[in-house]
Design a protein around this ligand. Structure first.
Ligand code: RFL
Ligand code: PHB
Length: 396
């Protein structure tokens, strides 16, 4: 039974304590805007999730602006290019030469740690393990967020609500049917990922297209590797022994890399399904969606976390104009501004996914088209420049 209810007040109520929610609360706090952040899971659970590894330069800059860049700047690794491999043949795409930029390798887990540390240092109000979060009167001047915590009902009176609660969150569902449009593609395969305390097989990432399916060699630091292989959707991570995983990875990457590969015990092994999804609009009244709550990309382009960062940037700038100048133009155009960048990243992630994976229903013609596309990419500076420009991140 519900115990006594608690009432609190803030300027921006943030739902979700992933990178989007934490970064937004940090940036707003530095501007003197008060926030309360509600997170469904425990802090340990959030910090235990293994996810993204590649930061665009725009994300890196935004993290520095938020005052959370110091460890990243020491431990992050700059990558000026990446390898693509077709069967046994690899070639390099030089981001720096072709597009004048690079990306940074720094795990989302580390980034989330840094954000929590920064929020602790500023004594941020973060409530973990909340339940039954609901947004009321989102289209009025005084929205409210209700939730349950430790058996008690609570209500937050606020001025804005930021829905940063990921794909399975509740925020998006508060945009009325008839207003919300959702666009989706579900791919007929997943990625089996393994984290291992072994030195990475390559100095830069290897994206490999192979008859047996896609494979990716990534890393977190010089002693920690992250590898993925494409698997059918009905496979279970537990069905894959470490030995079977390493054998399959070796078959799909170029021979020289396979020979160099150092294997070891997996410290994390999981399967992620691949999906493209966009919700429009990203705003309803005073509710604003950010990050995975509004869009999902397949991980092939390394864009998910980076899109969450660009949404946060646009919303932070819009709220700053609202509070400093009483100018709501940024808030009024938030959805279209964010969506313009989202759709370009969706296009890139979908293109990379189509290019590099084996599809179960692929005809011989489709396969030849894919091979021709890869050959074109290998031989054309124009095609490589386009990939490089998108991979390092479009400007915002
Ligand atoms: P998150 O990280 O999902 O955080 C949402 C938070 O909201 C909480 N939540 C709720 N809280 C309160 N009330 C509710 N009702 C709630 N419902 C949910 C959740 O517990 C969670 O803590 O979303 P956010 O902040 O938008 O961040 C998005 C990124 O996490 C995501 O896009 C990336 O991880 C995607 N991604 C990658 N992105 C990149 O930019 N580069 C990469 O290299 C990259 N690699 C990846 C990836 C995602 C992967 N998986 C697991 C899908 C690799 C993989 C394998
Ligand atoms: C990762 O290191 O987890 C990673 C890197 C690049 C991707 C996806 C995931 O495209």
């Amino acid at each position: 039974m519900a115990k006594a209810s608690g009432k609190s007040r803030t300027q921006v109520a943030i739902i979700g304590g992933g990178p989007a929610g934490l970064l937004l609360s940090q940036l707003l706090h530095l501007d003197g805007v008060d926030t309360i952040l509600l997170e469904r899971r425990s802090r340990d659970y959030v910090l235990g999730r293994i996810r993204a590894g590649v930061l665009e330069r725009g994300t890196v800059e935004l993290l520095r602006t938020a005052g959370v860049g110091s460890r990243m700047d020491v431990e992050g690794i700059n990558h000026d290019g990446t390898y693509l491999a077709i069967a046994n043949e690899g070639f390099r795409i030089d981001f720096k030469r072709l597009a004048g930029g690079s990306v940074m390798i720094y795990g989302q887990t580390e980034l989330t740690h840094d954000l929590y540390d920064a929020r602790d240092a500023l004594e941020a109000r973060i409530v973990h393990e909340v339940d039954d979060v609901r947004i009321e009167c989102a289209d009025s001047a005084r929205p409210r967020v209700g939730y349950r915590h430790a058996g008690n009902d609570h209500v937050i009176d606020c001025e804005f609500v930021a829905g940063c609660d990921g794909f399975h969150g509740v925020s998006r569902k508060h945009i009325p049917v008839g207003v919300l449009r959702e666009f989706e593609r579900v791919y007929p395969f997943g990625w089996l990922g393994v984290l291992s305390r072994t030195p990475p097989v390559s100095d830069e990432l290897i994206y490999a297209s192979h008859e047996r399916g896609f494979a990716l060699c990534s890393m977190r630091n010089p002693k920690l590797s992250r590898y993925y292989i494409q698997v059918p959707l009905d496979e279970k991570a537990d069905d894959w022994s470490d030995g079977a995983f390493w054998d399959e990875l070796r078959r799909r990457i170029p021979h020289d890399a396979a020979e160099r590969l150092v294997t070891g015990e997996s410290i994390e092994k999981s399967i992620a399904p691949l999906r493209s999804h966009v919700a429009e609009p990203m705003r309803h009244g005073r509710l604003f969606l950010c990050g995975d709550a509004a869009h999902i990309v397949p991980p092939t382009g390394a864009k998910g976390l980076n899109l969450a960062a660009s949404d946060v940037y646009y919303l932070w700038q819009a709220l700053r104009r609202h509070y400093r100048e009483r100018d709501d133009h940024g808030l009024d155009t938030y959805s279209e501004t964010a969506l313009a960048r989202v759709w370009k990243a969706e296009r890139f992630s979908w293109t990379m996914t189509k290019l590099l994976h084996r599809f179960p229903d692929q005809s011989d013609f489709d396969r030849r088209m894919q091979q021709a596309e890869l050959e074109y990419l290998r031989s054309s500076t124009a095609a490589q420049t386009s990939l490089a420009e998108n991979y390092i991140g479009l400007p915002y």
